[in-house]
Design a protein around this ligand. Structure first.
Ligand SMILES: *[C@@H]1O[C@H](CO)[C@@H](O)[C@H](O)[C@H]1NC(C)=O
Ligand SMILES: *[C@@H]1O[C@H](CO)[C@@H](O)[C@H](O)[C@H]1NC(C)=O
Ligand SMILES: *[C@@H]1O[C@H](CO)[C@@H](O)[C@H](O)[C@H]1NC(C)=O
Ligand SMILES: *[C@@H]1O[C@H](CO)[C@@H](O)[C@H](O)[C@H]1NC(C)=O
Ligand SMILES: *[C@@H]1O[C@H](CO)[C@@H](O)[C@H](O)[C@H]1NC(C)=O
Ligand SMILES: *[C@@H]1O[C@H](CO)[C@@H](O)[C@H](O)[C@H]1NC(C)=O
Ligand SMILES: *[C@@H]1O[C@H](CO)[C@@H](O)[C@H](O)[C@H]1NC(C)=O
Ligand SMILES: *[C@@H]1O[C@H](CO)[C@@H](O)[C@H](O)[C@H]1NC(C)=O
Ligand SMILES: *[C@@H]1O[C@H](CO)[C@@H](O)[C@H](O)[C@H]1NC(C)=O
Length: 793
């Protein structure tokens, strides 16, 4: 350890500067429970479930069968992480020495050489403890004592309950979770959720570093970009930290942006006084003038490139240099809430670089219940790539720890908006948790937390993005109504969440018009291969304890069956075990068709504006993109990364240009051409009519249309029955005889939209099916692959 520090120092001297000296305390630690009955080697960054698995104390996959309950004891223990480390004499000559924890999960006390140096109580916050008076040359002993999150949450709840209770106390029984997680600033899903199991995690889940310097250290950098005629002014805001009694720092501050052609750099020598309100913190700004011709704008997926430029920022005093490097993009985002042209309400949409954007995408959940695993790069890359190739341009991410998180994430151009909370405005107004008897008290708390605290803290760090207090909400209208609107789900304002498991999800006439749908979805079962990873054979039917146990959404399995039954006919006379693979398949068909129908409904409503003011929909973000474990959920991508059927459908229903058919409640067939492109296109639309028993269409008609940019155009309409009768589907029950198929090509014949289809009759009502005579033979596994098959032609 000592040798490697010396080497780094030498290299830096050779390069003419000495970086702030850092000793990484990542790597191998030890961990032990309260009475010493369990001890193991531990890894930092990491977590207790991973450590105990590596040590052979937990012997099975944590997601196997009922292991969330079997292993619950782990989170009821207190765990002490410890290690020793060496410090060279030279380090002690530095004026200031900090012990920095980038993430501790969650309620913890830190001891250095048996002296208490500080406490942690928020998993998302970086803690920097000044330790110069505790540290010694030679061997030092570091201990992090972490309290059981379950007892910590209970203690805090008991204390609060003396005054009044904060809901919700416990989760629904179906979650098999733990209570009072809302008293901890911790990944809330670790106490269980409707889409995931409870593994109340414990650990040091991010890096630990000892840092030594003389003056101050550069902690965070945020940026602001201002339009100034031929230039962008890039304001780089530096936040520095020193021990709290330091009143002034001096040195050189520099910022350097590298474009493809040039390097644009500003260095400034300066003295800065400590912030009055936050002792030990210092801030200053550097302005870089970037000629507009030097940089390309950053665009959301589907609108252009996501061009990023490296920015290097540094602070040096006479002895040390500390640096931060990041990649930034030039883009401007607004949330437009203007009065609509007719009727009631305000618009609610994003403009990026002055272009209105229809937001298409999904809601992201943690990709693993253990924090140390959910950031694994391969996992993230696969999910992001799966979203990109499905034409998504927006993912919604839920809670973060305001000041630091905003500082930490602020420079990423891909973040569009900050939201104070998820669904809390609706919960308060609609009394989800029994708060109505004391509405004013809870509402005051709500405003204090989300408006006064979180919104102010966000604005202090970042005014370059819109902020909404709650999602969903009525946006500006909620603010007008004192932050808790009378009707947070209003179709005239803001965003909505829409779930409906009773009506037919394949019927577009059941959905609710909105400005922006930020959550909607239907569950499906994961594939048999996913189920097989975590079950034994006797678990594999919908009626077993296992299947009921894995379903955290109350009545979820019954709802899934009910939805399937509205459109598909399950074979009769099967045993539960025989039925199971068919249910898996049908649940995925139902999910895919329902997301398709609902998403196309939202996309078609982009230009709609009714006389009372409904319409102008500008967002469709389904719930949910990915899975945290193998269970029935709303996800389109399974835990393993495998796509469910709906994710293949998403590639089509989110396509930039889409021919979208539907039948109105009056029986009129309409065809709309949806375009997110920024230029008009000439196109040829063809409608094919097929009978269910033939691969040759019985009728087709073709017409030419302009597909207008960034809008929706009605290209065709006809009474459905008449249309089918004319096409030759018979006079009696023509909807049962035929289905429709659509293509949209450019004038040279190449597809510009995915092909689309419409079933005029629920599939379960079709009587005229002839059993197909298809035989499958000679399929073999492509050599050297696990999932690729060769089909002879
Ligand atoms: C660290 O923990 C291990 C058990 O995991 C224990 O044997 C050792 O005594 C502890 N060391 C210190 C310095 O606390
Ligand atoms: C130590 O703690 C474990 C887990 O809480 C418990 O099962 C065991 O009985 C305890 N042992 C002693 C000696 O107290
Ligand atoms: C964990 O520590 C708390 C106090 O911080 C104590 O009340 C509790 O009994 C401890 N639990 C165990 C299992 O050692
Ligand atoms: C430092 O931050 C404060 C509060 O955000 C701000 O008012 C002030 O202008 C900043 N100072 C500099 C030099 O950027
Ligand atoms: C700051 O930069 C100037 C000019 O490059 C240099 O002369 C001076 O020594 C530097 N000061 C410190 C504290 O690094
Ligand atoms: C939050 O900001 C508003 C206006 O910017 C101000 O009136 C209010 O006092 C601030 N609240 C707190 C708690 O700082
Ligand atoms: C199913 O769960 C019930 C209640 O927990 C239990 O009594 C029963 O033995 C379980 N059955 C099986 C087959 O595991
Ligand atoms: C996009 O549509 C607008 C009308 O909405 C039209 O004025 C403009 O010319 C179109 N742009 C292109 C590139 O086709
Ligand atoms: C559509 O446009 C093409 C190219 O201009 C033309 O050849 C064709 O006749 C048109 N078709 C119809 C149905 O108008």
């Amino acid at each position: 350890m000592t040798r490697s520090i010396l080497l780094i120092s030498l290299l830096n001297i050779l390069c003419g500067q000495i970086l702030t000296q850092q000793i990484s305390l990542d790597g191998t630690w030890s961990v032990i429970n309260g009475n010493g009955s369990y001890a193991a080697s531990a890894t930092v960054p990491g977590g207790i479930y991973t450590d105990l698995s590596a040590a052979g104390i937990l012997t099975q996959d944590i997601y196997y069968r009922f292991n969330d309950i079997e292993y619950r004891w782990v989170s009821k223990e207190n765990w002490t992480y410890n290690r020793t480390f060496e410090v060279p004499e030279s380090l002690l000559e530095k004026q200031q020495i900090f012990l920095v924890f980038y993430g501790v999960d969650t309620i913890a006390s830190v001891y250095l050489n048996d002296q208490h140096v500080g406490d942690c109580e928020n998993m998302f916050v970086r803690y920097a403890f000044p330790v110069k008076s505790f540290i010694q040359a030679g061997t030092n002993k570091l201990q992090v004592k972490i309290q059981s999150p379950i007892t910590a949450a209970q203690e805090r709840s008991d204390k609060q309950a003396v005054e009044y209770t904060v809901p919700p106390a416990c989760l629904p029984d179906e979650y098999h979770g733990e209570c009072h997680v809302n008293f901890l600033r911790k990944m809330q899903a670790s106490f269980s959720w409707d889409w995931g199991p409870a593994f109340p995690s414990v650990g040091i889940w991010k890096s630990v570093v000892l840092e030594a310097f003389d003056m101050a250290v550069l902690r965070d950098v945020t940026i602001r970009i201002v339009d100034s005629q031929n230039n962008w002014i890039l304001w780089v805001d530096l936040i520095l930290e020193a021990e709290s009694q330091t009143s002034q720092i001096s040195g050189n501050f520099s910022a350097m942006l590298r474009t493809d052609k040039n390097t644009i750099e500003v260095n400034r020598q300066d003295n800065i006084l400590a912030n009055k309100l936050t002792p030990g913190y210092f801030n200053t700004s550097i302005a870089l003038e970037i000629p507009k011709t030097e940089v390309e704008l950053w665009w959301p997926n589907g609108y252009g490139n996501q061009k990023l430029y490296p920015l290097d920022v540094s602070f040096s005093d006479s002895y040390d240099t500390s640096t931060k490097s990041m990649k930034i993009g030039f883009r401007f985002i607004e949330l437009v809430q203007d009065t609509v042209a007719t009727g009631t309400g305000l618009t609610f949409y994003f403009k990026v670089n002055n272009v209105p954007i229809f937001a298409k995408g999904a809601n992201w959940i943690p990709s693993h219940v253990l924090p140390e695993k959910s950031a694994e790069p391969e996992r993230l890359e696969h999910l992001l790539e799966s979203a990109r190739i499905t034409n998504m341009n927006m993912l919604r991410s839920v809670s973060t720890e305001v000041t630091q998180q905003v500082r930490h994430l602020q420079h990423h151009p891909s973040i569009a908006i900050w939201a104070g909370n998820n669904e809390n405005e609706g919960a308060l107004r609609d009394n989800w948790y029994g708060t109505s008897s004391d509405f004013t008290r809870y509402k005051d708390d709500y405003v204090k937390l989300y408006v006064d605290t979180i919104r102010n803290a966000t604005w202090a760090q970042d005014i370059s993005r819109p902020f909404v207090v709650s999602s969903p909400s009525n946006g500006l209208e909620s603010e007008q109504e004192g932050f808790v609107a009378q009707e947070p789900g209003s179709s005239f304002y803001g965003d909505i969440h829409y779930y409906n498991y009773d009506d037919n999800g394949w019927d577009p006439n059941t959905f609710k018009t909105t400005r922006f749908s930020s959550e909607y979805g239907y569950q499906s079962l994961p594939s048999m291969s996913a189920i097989s990873e975590v079950s034994v054979e006797s678990d594999r039917s919908l009626e077993t304890n296992f299947s009921q146990y894995r379903q955290h959404h109350p009545s979820g399995n019954d709802q899934m069956r009910n939805e399937i039954n509205q459109n598909l006919q399950l074979p009769s006379g099967l045993t539960d075990t025989e039925e199971y693979p068919i249910l898996i398949y049908f649940s995925q068909i139902n999910q895919a068709m329902s997301y398709k129908t609902e998403t196309e409904f939202y996309r078609r409503s982009r230009n709609l504006l009714t006389s009372d003011g409904e319409g102008l929909t500008m967002g469709a973000l389904y719930w949910q993109l990915n899975d945290i474990w193998q269970a029935p959920t709303w996800a389109s991508i399974e835990y393993s990364g495998k796509w469910k059927m709906v994710h293949y459908f998403a590639q089509d229903f989110f396509a930039p240009i889409l021919v979208s058919p539907f039948v109105t409640s009056d029986g009129v067939l309409e065809l709309h051409l949806i375009s997110d492109k920024l230029e008009d296109l000439e196109s040829q639309l063809t409608i094919f009519v097929y009978q269910w028993n033939s691969l040759t269409p019985i009728h087709s008609i073709t017409s030419n249309h302009t597909v207008y940019n960034a809008s929706v155009t009605k290209a065709f309409q006809s009474d459905l029955l008449e249309f089918l009768q004319t096409a030759g589907c018979g006079d009696a029950e023509p909807t049962k005889k035929c289905f429709l198929y659509f293509t949209l090509t450019s004038l040279d014949g190449s597809d510009i939209s995915p092909h689309n289809f419409l079933f005029p009759q629920s599939l379960k009502d079709l009587t005229d099916f002839t059993a197909p005579t298809i035989s499958v033979a000679d399929i073999s596994l492509a050599s050297g692959t696990e999932h690729v098959f060769q089909i002879p032609t």
